[in-house]
Design a protein around this ligand. Structure first.
Ligand SMILES: O=c1ccn([C@@H]2O[C@H](COP(=O)(O)O)[C@@H](O)[C@H]2O)c(=O)[nH]1
Length: 270
């Protein structure tokens, strides 16, 4: 999916919501555990109930890897279900990969060719040759960690390096990579006040912004400092939506939460 197509979906649905699919057997409703593939059953029910309110889904790969082969099968079924039934929805493999070029190419093939995700999150620490292999696939995107939502972001990302914070250096340097038009960046909603300066470095790039909901980030602040004329934002919320209820009404509760966020987003788009 191209940036333009994603923006069209945002305008059409009046939403820039990305729903995380961090599916945890300890958190899903008990009745689903009798199913043959509880992870997929949960995801399918969440997708069926929420797809009209969002433009992206983001399974975090850790939640599937934790269950070994069964987890990978559930992930594969989930992406196949999304691509078959909702081809207009942008998909993000939140895998935070990063390795030497030779290995990065295999990661890119795994997520773009084998699983057919639209994008994958990538850690920038190993530099150009670890990122560019992800940018060789037309219509696919690497989403580079810039300023993350967690407290540990202050350990390195905001530290000054040759007069600039490391996250600023990441944004500037990566913007010059080959096919950087296929890059997006992660900026945590908990760090919304940094967005104004970030927009000076990457004015036209899409930002994936996690941290609204369980981590307490403010949607309004994110929009105030980070939204562009083309919107340029995918705001993610996971636990606050998918675990809105522990009961048999979990999908309806998730839909209600997703709708609530979508309605707030629609107001920001006015
Ligand atoms: O900076 C980052 C990068 C990634 N994440 C991931 O996003 C979701 C957030 O889930 P919530 O339940 O809405 O807190 C999760 O998969 C994280 O691993 C992030 O939070 N911050």
């Amino acid at each position: 999916m191209t940036n333009r197509e994603l923006t069209e979906q945002i305008r059409k649905k009046r939403s820039f919501l990305c729903i995380g699919l961090d599916t945890d057997l300890d958190k899903i409703p008990g009745h689903l555990k009798q199913e043959e593939d509880p992870l997929f059953s949960f995801n399918k029910a969440i997708i069926d109930a929420t797809h009209e309110y969002c433009v992206a889904y983001k399974p975090n790969i850790a939640f599937y890897e934790a269950y070994g082969l069964a987890g990978w099968k559930a992930l594969e079924k989930t992406i196949e279900y999304l691509n078959e039934h909702h081809p207009d929805i942008f998909t993000i493999a939140d895998a935070k990969r990063g390795d030497i070029g030779n290995t990065a190419t295999r990661y890119a093939k795994a997520f773009f060719e084998q699983l057919n995700f639209d994008s994958v999150t990538v850690a920038p620490y190993m530099g150009r040759d670890s990122v560019e292999p992800f940018l060789q696939f037309p219509g696919k995107h690497a989403i580079l960690l810039a300023l993350t939502s967690n407290q540990g972001a202050f350990d390195f990302q905001t530290t000054a390096y040759e007069g600039k914070a490391l996250y600023e250096r990441v944004l500037e340097t990566a913007s010059a990579y080959e096919h950087s038009e296929r890059l997006m960046y992660v900026v945590g909603a908990t760090k919304a006040e940094y967005l104004q300066d970030i927009r000076k470095i990457v004015p036209g790039s899409f930002l994936l912004v996690p941290g609204v909901g369980a981590q307490g980030g403010s949607l309004q602040e994110v929009c105030k400092y980070g939204m562009t004329e083309e919107v340029g934002l995918l705001v993610n919320s996971t636990r606050a939506i998918i675990y809105a209820s522990e009961g048999t009404d979990f999908a309806e509760a998730a839909a209600a939460k997703a709708k609530e966020l979508r309605d707030q987003m629609a107001k920001e788009l006015l």
